[in-house]
Ligand binder design. Structure first.
Ligand code: NAP
Ligand code: G4F
Length: 336
């Protein structure tokens, strides 16, 4: 039975990947940082919590990482752990660089001496393309990160590549574009919108406050994307792959589609920071913009070209934008 170690097991992708690997017959270890109460909620929602062996794991602490690798000796390591919220990285740039950037080096150094045969997956990000230099973005597009998070991901991407080339480690980076699900963290824009729209529908919330509604993202479904992570580690050659849908939509379009799923009639008014959505029923503003959610530097538009993954890995996204919005808003209407 193959053994997988997933860091960031308590996060969105950790939960979907664990479920996928268990379904393929893997023995799954989940690496989670110490907490007064491990946050296993997502694993419980997917019904896999009892099948995963949790080990204490802190990306800031090399001795801790070494102990886990010595005990588990994994065939495959999926490094999904990170300070992953872009907006927070402007407030905690040093911490983000340490966890999201140097954390990867700590794992690679430990892997190199303890289990050099382990295959390694690094969670790279479309945030590395930042102020994009071409559209769509593929594996050869130059990076231009726009946040401390993006810069840390560029570091971790290149250190993964460097260890692959220097020490012949089977190390891959998946350059994943935004992927969402009902298990997405509450601060991310899609979850924030889906949750608020359901609450507005039920009369539990009056208004949703957001930042830049013009930003565009290539949004896919996390359940589809974790399959690509696994496929990368089964390929003949270790390499890097863009994973995306090839469609881009604005935050405004996501709101529009969400209000339609919840059957809330509305109309748009204003432009830029004065944009708002007015309920046709109450005449009140149900969506407004606020300076507090704008970022010091923005990634305006992302659109991925995942033809390499389609060709070499045989991977393709199954969930389109409309189905993703439907899935997320209906989940909130039923469970919120
Ligand atoms: P997420 O839900 O925010 O999960 C992040 C995980 O990292 C959580 O389990 C968190 O643990 C853990 N973590 C944070 N700091 C840690 C530390 N110091 N030591 C050990 N673990 C730590 O993120 P996600 O959406 O699942 O994304 C997974 C990975 O893919 C991340 O590396 C992210 O940057 C990257 N990525 C995500 C996307 C996307 O659209 N989702 C796109 C491209 C790349 P706690 O539960 O204790 O906080
Ligand atoms: O949902 P977001 O916070 O995701 P963002 O910044 O694109 O980052 C996510 O995707 C990356 C892949 O490209 C990952 F690497 C990263 O870990 C994370 O998963 O914001 C999306 C867009 C941004 O342009 C933001 O400015 O939505 C805009 N936005 C507008 N109002 C908002 C809000 N974002 C958030 N979180 N909250 C708002 O109120």
């Amino acid at each position: 039975m193959a053994i997988a170690l997933i860091t960031g097991i308590t996060g969105q992708d950790g939960a979907y990947l664990a479920k996928h690997l268990l379904g393929l017959g893997y023995k799954v270890y989940g690496a989670a940082r110490r907490n007064s109460n491990y946050n296993t909620e997502r694993l419980e929602i997917l019904g896999v919590e009892k099948d995963i062996k949790i080990r204490e794991f802190e990306l800031l602490e090399e001795s801790n990482i070494r102990n886990v690798l010595e005990e588990v000796k994994p065939d495959e390591i999926y490094n999904l752990g990170a300070q992953s919220f872009v907006a927070a990285s402007f407030k905690t740039p040093l911490y983000t660089s340490d966890v999201t950037g140097l954390g990867v080096l700590r794992i690679l150094e430990s892997l190199r001496s303890i289990c050099p045969e382990s295959k390694f997956y690094q969670a790279s990000s479309s945030e590395m393309f930042g102020k994009v230099l071409e559209t769509p973005q593929n594996e050869d597009t130059r990076f231009y990160p726009r946040s401390p998070y993006g810069v840390a991901k560029v570091y971790s991407h290149f250190i993964t590549q460097n260890y692959r080339e220097s020490y012949d480690i089977f190390a891959c980076s998946g350059i994943l574009f935004n992927h969402e699900s009902p298990l997405r963290g509450n601060e991310f824009v899609t979850k924030k919108i889906a949750k608020a729209v359901a609450r507005i529908k039920k009369g539990k919330q009056d208004q949703l406050k957001l930042g830049n509604l013009e930003a565009k993202r290539d949004w896919g479904f996390a359940g589809d994307y974790v399959e690509a992570m696994h496929l990368m580690l089964q390929a003949n050659i270790a390499d890097d792959y863009v994973i995306s849908t090839g469609e881009t939509h604005s935050v405004k379009e996501f709101i529009q589609a969400s209000l339609e799923v919840a059957d809330i009639p509305f109309e748009w008014e204003g432009e830029g920071i004065d944009t708002c959505a007015i309920s046709k029923k109450s005449g009140k503003k149900i969506v407004v913009c606020s300076e507090e959610f704008y970022r010091p530097a923005e990634v305006d538009s992302l659109l991925g070209d995942s033809s390499k993954a389609r060709k070499i890995l045989g991977w393709e996204p199954k969930t389109k934008f409309a189905s993703l919005v439907d899935l997320m808003v209906k989940y909130e209407l039923e469970n919120n």
